[in-house]
Every structure is written in C-alpha cells, then in structure tokens.
Design a protein around this ligand. Structure first.
Ligand SMILES: Cc1cc2nc3c(=O)[nH]c(=O)nc-3n(C[C@H](O)[C@H](O)[C@H](O)COP(=O)(O)O)c2cc1C
Length: 313
C-alpha cells in the first residue's frame, strides 16, 4: 500500500502528522523509532523572542474536548535552533516549523532565521495570533492580511509553505483562496474554535483570559464541514485537523477532501495516537483493496449538488 504523499517537493512517508502545540518540539515523549513512523512533526508555534504565554488557569476539560489559552508560550526561534533542531535533524520524518507572530515583519524574521539552518523541511504559519499593529485582532480573520503574510513569506522561501486557517470566520474558503492566490503550497484547517467556561461557584470564567480555544472530538463535525468547504474551493492540498482520535476519524477527513491530517488533542491522552492512526489507515487500505491512500482523498459520495454554504437554507 502506498501511504506517502507530497506537498510541493517535500515527500511525507504517510498522511498523519502531529499538530502544533500538542507535541512540544518533538523531543519529549516518544523514542525515535516511533517518531519515524509519523508523516511529520509540527512544532509548537515559534515566535522571534521567547514567550511565557498567558497566566493560569489556561486549560480546562469540556465535554468531549478541552479549552486552552496557552497564549503561544514558546522558547523562541533562536533556542529552538540551538537546542531542539539537533535532535529533530536525526529523525527520518518531515519537520515543519509552525510560526506565530504579532507583526508581519516578525513572521518574516522568524522565517529568515530558519532559512539559514538545515533540518526544517517546511513552514506552517499560524495566523490565529493577535495582530499588535492592527489593534489586537487576529490576522487570520482578515483576508487581506492572510494574503499579505503569505505573499511576504513566499518571497523569502522555497520550502513548502502551509497556511493554517482559523474556523472563527464566516467563510473559511475565502481565506484558503487568499492563501492559494498568494503562493501557499497547502492550507491546514482547523485551528481551535473560540469557546469559554464558567465556574458558577465563583461566578468567574474558568480561563484567566475568559475565552480560549476549543479542541478535541467536540469540534470534529465542525472541522469536517470546514475542510469539505475548503477542499472544494482550492486546488492546493488541504490538511485536515480537528478532533481526530482514531484512524476512522482520519479517514473521514481524507474522504471529504483532506490530503493529510494532523492529530492534536489526542496526543494528551496517548502520545502514540498519531502512529496508531497512521497504522490504522494502512490497515484500512489493505482490507479494502486500496493500493494508494491517495485514492481516498475526496472520494466522498455526496448526493447533493448544493454548495456547502447553502445547505442550511
Ligand atoms: C494545548 C494546545 C495548544 C495549541 N497550540 C497551538 C500552537 O501553538 N499553534 C497552532 O497553530 N495551533 C495550536 N493548537 C491547535 C492545534 O494544533 C489544532 O489545530 C487544534 O487543537 C484542533 O485539533 P485537535 O482537535 O486534534 O486538537 C493548540 C491546541 C491545543 C489543544
């Protein structure tokens, strides 16, 4: 069974990657032999300078999911290069650096630093960060900003460029098209959905930041619909993310049009989730006479001719 696929010139050995922020810098939980079974590792979002992130409480469990307001805590790109990349370079899996920034110049600076070093196979750009210059609103909710960030980074690198989309917009496909038009090699979707939790005893929000990002199985149906919408709008590969716990979940994403998937929250329950899911996709292919997992991508047999955006009418 062929499980590999490519984004631009970069080959992935299979279609399962671990999602940013749920697997640290790849050096904490699993032995290299296991890590090498992943299609790729996406790092925690890296910013130019180290960030402490938000004050506690910054994680709360919810029915079928979790809310987080980590606030992009990370060691900064310099320390990543010095202390994490040497280990990551020894692995036989794709290493994707996820980048977060509060100005477009900061995104560019982080890319410039990483362009100088070996061992980074591609970039995933987290546009769900507050944009300091534009007054705190997220870049990812402004189509023109997504286009400009993509274009500016595209000018600086030949490495595969993935733009990670937020679902907290009206039409996510507009943002996917903006990224595609500006030269992205792929888009990934979805980042977390805005949510909140309240403690009725104290009458206070549970998270110090009041709202946070919802992830886990609770968001899978939303993520599937968003990925379906995006996959029908762009020609570049789409990487599906959101509540994937099992190989069956991952297969659903492939069928609605994702070329690959990322496993996030599941890693907190079992850091081997991604590996189990990659093996499960292979087994499904073997048992169903499918000699290339790629033939499952977009194979959904949807009878309706309605556009995704019209189906609620
Ligand atoms: C604790 C936590 C931290 C996260 N940190 C990041 C991050 O630094 N950058 C990013 O792009 N996404 C981050 N995410 C979002 C995930 O990569 C993923 O898009 C989201 O959780 C949905 O997938 P899941 O339901 O499989 O977790 C984080 C998610 C969680 C739960």
């Amino acid at each position: 069974v062929k499980t590999s696929f490519a984004i631009g010139t970069l080959e992935f050995k299979n279609r399962v990657l671990v999602a940013s922020g749920t697997f640290g810098y790849g050096d904490e939980s699993l032995a290299p032999e296991l890590l090498n079974e992943l299609g790729g590792i996406i790092t925690k979002s890296l910013s130019m300078k180290p960030r402490d992130g938000n004050p506690p409480t910054r994680i709360v469990e919810t029915p079928s999911g979790m809310l987080n307001s980590i606030g992009l805590a990370n060691i900064g790109v310099m320390k990543f290069v010095a202390s994490k990349l040497p280990f990551l370079r020894t692995l036989d899996t794709a290493i994707i650096a996820n980048i977060a920034a509060s100005t477009i110049d900061e995104y560019c600076h982080v890319v410039d630093v990483l362009e100088e070093v070996d061992g980074v196979d591609g970039y995933e750009i987290n546009v769900s960060c507050p944009n300091v210059k534009e007054g705190g609103l997220s870049f990812g909710t402004n189509c023109g900003m997504v286009e400009e960030i993509t274009r500016r980074i595209r000018q600086r690198t030949h490495r595969p460029l993935i733009i990670k989309l937020t679902p907290n917009v009206t039409h996510i496909s507009d943002f996917a098209k903006a990224a595609e038009d500006a030269g992205a090699d792929a888009v990934s979707a979805i980042n977390t959905l805005i949510g909140m939790a309240v403690d009725v005893k104290t009458r206070k929000p549970v998270l110090a930041t009041v709202t946070g990002g919802l992830s886990g199985p609770a968001i899978k149906p939303v993520a599937l619909a968003k990925v379906y919408e995006v996959a029908r709008a762009v020609k570049i590969p789409v990487i599906g993310i959101g509540g994937i716990m099992t190989a069956r979940d991952a297969l659903e994403f492939l069928m609605v049009g994702a070329s690959a998937v990322q496993v996030g929250t599941a890693n907190f329950i079992d850091p081997e989730s991604g590996i189990t899911i990659a093996r499960g996709i292979r087994t499904f292919c073997e048992e169903n006479g499918c000699d290339d997992a790629g033939s499952l991508v977009g194979c959904l047999d949807a009878k309706t001719g309605l556009s995704v955006l019209d189906t609620w009418l």
